[in-house]
Design a protein around this ligand. Structure first.
Ligand code: PSU
Ligand code: MN
Length: 315
């Protein structure tokens, strides 16, 4: 059985791909492990609406009952959101086992990229990527997202990386893996809740069209993904010093409780949500919406660059 036999693409996404129309992939670990219910479901629906408002077709990706689902909606989306932390968290190494087990799983940035590429989708919006955790020199905790970005030709639009991570080391590993880090309207790599991290991006671009050209080149050259760093809107950003203090508290809590490995990111997100009285969640939702809009612009431009070359035939 080939991998494509596990692929279920919703009719609207299938049609868009066949017609060479713009499609934006959306991840689902953010739904299962990144936000509480019901805000996760509301966010997922709202973000899909934003992609549509900007003339692209949204494709939420998850593993549902042992299948790669591209375009999860309706009851399935609700089931995924309700399942929350009870669902599996599928990173690259989990995928084959989860398909065989026939379970439900949220897909991380790494696996969403993998499945998007399998379906012929090259643009993807998320909140923040996984990266090198603070203290990785001891724990070796480096997200598989960074490897996937090095090998799979999908543009990932994010608001940078949370400073629960070591941003300098994350940027080093992205460089090692050959991942272009592009600032969208910024010279700085953003730090998720804050617009600036103190670290520069490799290249700044102010037009979605230029980013689409780069994605098309990466595909043609047989290179990997592109990280598009899009800062949180000014009005939704949190005070850097205040959020830094909450992050330090959350990390100390994780150490005290011995939380590590794949549980670490969800634990920290939940703790920071509690410590900020929900403010971190509001900002998180706002930045995902902002990323969805930029991803739609890139997808529209990319679709225009590949006329007569529908994704379904390219795959
Ligand atoms: N960072 C966030 N929010 C998230 C995640 C990361 O700010 O929801 C999720 C994404 O799905 C990402 C995954 O791909 O966590 C990374 O997990 P890990 O560090 O275990 O690879
Ligand atoms: Mn990890």
């Amino acid at each position: 059985m080939t991998a494509k036999a596990y692929l279920s693409i919703s009719p609207d996404v299938k049609k868009a791909l066949a017609d060479g129309k713009p499609v934006v992939a959306l991840e689902s670990t953010i739904i299962t492990h990144g936000m509480p219910y019901p805000q996760n479901l509301e966010m997922a629906k709202k973000v899909e609406g934003i992609v549509r408002e900007h003339s692209a077709v949204p494709a939420t990706i998850a593993i549902m009952d042992g299948r790669f689902c591209v375009g999860v909606s309706g009851e399935d989306l609700e089931r995924l959101a309700l399942e929350g932390l009870k669902a599996a968290k599928a990173s690259r190494r989990d995928v084959s086992a989860l398909l065989v087990q026939g379970v439900i799983a949220g897909t991380t940035v790494a696996t969403t990229m993998q499945i998007a590429a399998l379906a012929g989708i090259h643009v993807f919006a998320t909140g923040g990527i996984g990266g090198v955790h603070r203290g990785a020199e001891e724990t070796f905790d480096i997200s598989a997202d960074l490897q996937e970005l090095g090998r799979t030709p999908v543009a990932v639009v994010c608001a940078g990386a949370k400073s629960i991570l070591d941003i300098a080391k994350t940027l080093e590993v992205l460089e090692t893996n050959g991942v272009p880090v592009l600032g969208y309207g910024t010279d700085q790599f953003p730090a998720f809740w804050a617009r600036e991290s103190g670290h520069k991006v490799d290249h700044r671009f102010d037009a979605a069209e230029d980013i689409a050209k780069i994605v098309a080149l990466q595909i043609d050259l047989g290179l990997g993904g592109v990280l598009v760093a899009n800062p949180i809107p000014e009005e939704d950003a949190l005070d850097p010093a205040a959020i830094e203090a909450r992050i330090a508290e959350a990390i100390a809590g994780a150490e005290a409780e011995g939380v590590s490995r794949k549980e670490l990111t969800p634990f920290l997100l939940k703790r920071i949500f509690e410590l900020t009285g929900g403010k971190s969640l509001q900002s998180n939702i706002a930045l995902v919406e902002n990323n969805a809009k930029v991803a739609a612009h890139i997808a529209v431009s990319l679709a225009g660059r590949m006329p007569g070359k529908p994704a379904a035939r390219r795959a």
